[in-house]
Design a protein around this ligand. Structure first.
Ligand code: AHG
Ligand code: MN
Ligand code: MN
Length: 359
């Protein structure tokens, strides 16, 4: 036994002791952790669970649902709707927000989640996760759809679970980003990674390059420079990673730095990005900021984006601060017409007119 270890409950009591509504928020996060343990056990069984594979159904966004998507969604709803802590919930897997059964007491928080992120990876036994965001719900009325449409900067808690070789829970209540590891023998999350800090510089980037033909010029510029490595403007080699589970990419970035991009692209003109603002970009963006990193659309801080729809998508560029700032600068230069790398090579960073390019 390690009696000195900090469990999730103890940590939350300490962090939220002096916060208005803090006891309820701590209790809600413990309910989320209970759901995460159940999802962890279910995903860890793999094919033995009989739950691998897709369903006939699709979610409100027209995406095929995996059996595990639907089960993880049910687990989150059932773990969190009974305790008088939430006023309502919204999920990637539900077209409209979930309304509490009438006999359930209503709490002061809204819980928004992606029950299983990276679910294309479940059948191939690669890490997946759960992402969640908590907002405060003011007023005694039951929430309506518009109550969920708040910018990420007003979140009161955010986090994700990663179901990898170890199951971890990483969360913030606005006082840093902290990581807990599930001790399966005793069933507790133990604080193992307090005050995570993302290095400001990195030589690792993550992007789905099969979408390259749909990217905007500033993203092309950045990735092309990374690929040129030692022989290009950056004068050092970069590594690329792509797991197709944002939680796994973000976890790597929180552990050792890096940049993750799912930028704006022209693949589907109706969608200004792949990832969803309210239950993917906002909670992850806040975790990254609380760890000293930066989270941007390329043109705006993610947490400042004003949502207009529950399942709204948004471009996402996040991770090590200096790299994200560089990519934002490339967007700004492109928008200002001062950098058109593919149209006017004489006036960009690779230009012969720049002294450092001539060495
Ligand atoms: P979800 O499984 O919840 O739909 O989300 C998957 C997301 C994200 O985790 C990942 O970064 C991205 O989609 C993967 O996209 P590609 O399929 O383009 O690789
Ligand atoms: Mn997702
Ligand atoms: Mn999902």
């Amino acid at each position: 036994m390690h009696l000195g270890r900090t469990t999730l409950s103890k940590f939350l009591i300490q962090q939220l002791r002096d916060t208005d509504g803090g006891n309820d928020l701590a209790a809600l996060l413990v309910d989320v952790a209970a759901a995460v343990k159940a999802i962890s056990a279910m995903t860890a069984k793999g094919a033995l669970s009989g739950f691998l594979g897709a369903l006939e159904s699709s979610n409100g966004q027209g995406e095929t649902q995996k059996k595990l998507d639907v089960l993880a969604n049910e687990i989150m709803l059932r773990s969190c709707d009974w305790g008088g802590l939430v006023a309502g919930m919204a999920s990637e897997e539900l077209d409209e927000p979930y309304e509490l059964p009438t006999d359930h007491a209503r709490g002061q928080y809204l819980l928004i989640f992606d029950p299983l992120d990276g679910s294309s990876n479940t059948d191939v036994n690669v890490s997946v996760g759960t992402i969640f965001s908590v907002l405060r719900h003011a007023g005694a009325q039951a929430p309506v759809g518009a109550d969920y449409l708040k910018p990420g900067r007003v979140q009161v808690a955010a986090g994700y679970a990663i179901y990898g070789p170890a199951t971890m829970l990483v969360l913030t209540v606005g006082k840093g980003t902290h990581g807990f590891t599930l001790d399966r023998e005793i069933g507790n999350f133990i604080l193992t990674h307090p005050n995570l800090t993302i290095p400001e510089d990195t030589s690792e980037f993550a992007i789905n390059t099969s979408n390259a033909r749909f990217w905007e010029a500033p993203v092309h510029r950045y990735v092309t420079e990374c690929q040129a490595g030692r022989t290009g403007d950056r004068r050092r080699d970069f590594n690329m990673r792509w797991i197709a589970s944002m939680v796994a990419e973000v976890h790597r970035i929180l552990m050792r730095g890096g940049v993750f991009m799912y930028p704006k692209d022209t693949k589907d003109p109706g969608k200004p990005g792949r990832l969803r603002l309210l239950y993917e970009a906002n909670p992850i963006g806040w975790l990254i900021e609380q760890a000293g990193g930066r989270a941007s659309t390329g043109r705006q801080r993610i947490l400042d984006v004003a949502p207009t729809a529950l399942h709204q998508r948004v471009p996402v560029i996040l991770g090590s601060r200096h790299e994200v700032e560089r990519i934002e600068r490339y967007h700004a230069e492109y928008d200002a017409g001062t950098d058109r790398p593919f149209e006017s090579p004489l006036f960009n960073e690779r230009s012969l007119f720049r002294p450092e390019a001539r060495v």
